[in-house]
Design a protein around this ligand. Structure first.
Ligand code: NAD
Length: 364
């Protein structure tokens, strides 16, 4: 069977890691028909938007996409393509597995954490009031009138909204995932002692949902304590569920525990659509240099195969990547730290090495 998948190369380092991943996916022997769709800074001039409508149409049609990173200008310029895709397609669950592979440049062993991040609300809802605007002034008046709070007139605002319904579906997603993947514990992360009506709601819902899953252990942690505990003893965590912002930060922290962003894959999942992408961004300073690690994108490709039901090919590809990491001979600059005499290779040479492993495994 040929799988139709939307392929979004993205910008910055995106096209290079996407090409490397496309090659290893095809080398598994699984047949793909790639529906190429372009988004990001590079298409802004041509389409007048960094996210043309046909990208949405392609994903809605194919239901599965593999996406490279896309740059979001800081402070000004267009809004995040990534946030727009997640919101537009209601890809409410962001799944980011972080697992140590032997040979990876990390001090940690046996970490195997899955971060489940709420993807549609919280401080990422995009509701903002710019400092000095009439809207910001009205909000300041409203806060004085309704709460008796005096807020500085030169303030800007980003709204943090957390709903019962979105909290409920993400916590359920985390428990269902835990059950389906034989995981034992879910940890909810929050700051409910300070933000009682947003994080407090998330925590209350999480506690309620946890009662529906008596077979899975449940605990919660304040986000500050959580970051410290992850660094001290990451192995105690299994599935972590968090609102959008904490989930984003914690998943980068977890990527650091397992060897860096070059090894951290991810998926954005809705009820009937899925967009797979690495946790890392477009690293513009390395764009076009054949330098960065394509393994995070390749491991996102492993997730695509599993999602398509091609579990045998997924296992073979993951094993081939793990072998290249363990061997440490054909790895990129970011993998070198702990591996004596490792030679530095470029993005496409990593793909060559993974393909060689795949070919060897099919000949034995
Ligand atoms: P980044 O992840 O692009 O890069 C941070 C650093 O991590 C890089 O300088 C590099 O040293 C390292 N790194 C990242 N990916 C790597 C790889 N594959 N191999 C080796 N090293 C790697 O983060 P940033 O610099 O904060 O963001 C750059 C741009 O990417 C921003 O515009 C940001 O908005 C965007 N971004 C996009 C996504 C996405 O498309 N999903 C995610 C995060 C950031």
């Amino acid at each position: 069977m040929t799988h139709k998948v939307t392929l979004i190369p993205g910008d910055g380092i995106g096209p290079e890691v996407t090409e490397a991943t496309k090659r290893v996916l095809e080398a598994t022997g699984i047949a793909f028909r790639w529906d190429l769709a372009y988004a990001g800074a590079d298409v802004q001039d041509e389409f007048g938007t960094p996210l043309p409508a046909y990208v949405f149409e392609s994903i809605r049609k194919n239901k599965v996409a593999l996406k490279g990173p896309v740059t979001t200008p800081v402070g000004s310029g267009f809004r995040s393509v990534n946030v727009a895709l997640r919101k537009g397609l209601d890809l409410y669950a962001c799944l980011r597995p972080c697992k140590t592979y032997p040979g990876a440049p990390t001090l940690y062993k046996d970490v195997d954490i899955v971060v489940v991040r709420e993807n549609t609300e919280d401080l990422y809802s995009g509701i903002e009031f710019e400092e000095g605007t009439p809207e910001a002034a009205r909000l300041i008046e409203l806060l004085l009138e309704t709460k008796g709070e005096v807020v500085r007139k030169d303030s800007g605002f980003s709204i943090k909204s957390i709903s019962d319904s979105c909290s409920r579906r993400i916590v359920r997603f985390a428990f269902d995932y835990a059950r389906a993947h034989q995981r034992k514990k879910v940890t909810a992360v929050h700051k409910a002692n300070i933000m009682k009506f947003s994080d407090g709601l998330f925590l209350a819902v999480a506690r309620e949902v946890a009662k529906e899953y008596p077979d899975i252990e449940f605990e919660d942690r304040l986000v500050d304590n959580m970051t410290m505990q992850l660094v001290k003893r990451a192995q105690q965590f299994d599935v972590i569920v968090a609102p959008n912002l904490y989930g984003d930060i914690i998943s980068d922290l977890c990527a650091g525990l397992v060897g860096g962003l070059g090894l951290a894959p991810g998926a954005n999942l809705g009820d009937d659509m899925a967009v797979f992408e690495p946790t890392h961004g477009s690293a513009p300073k390395y764009a076009g240099k054949n330098k960065v690690n394509p393994m995070a994108m390749m491991l996102s490709g492993v997730m695509v195969l599993n999602h398509l039901g091609e579990t045998e090919a997924a296992d073979r590809l993951e094993k081939a990547i793990a072998e290249v990491i363990a061997e440490g001979k054909n790895v990129t600059y970011d993998m070198k730290t702990n591996i004596p005499n490792a030679q530095l290779v470029g993005t496409s040479q990593v793909a060559d090495a993974v393909i060689e492993k795949l070919e060897k495994s099919s000949n034995t």
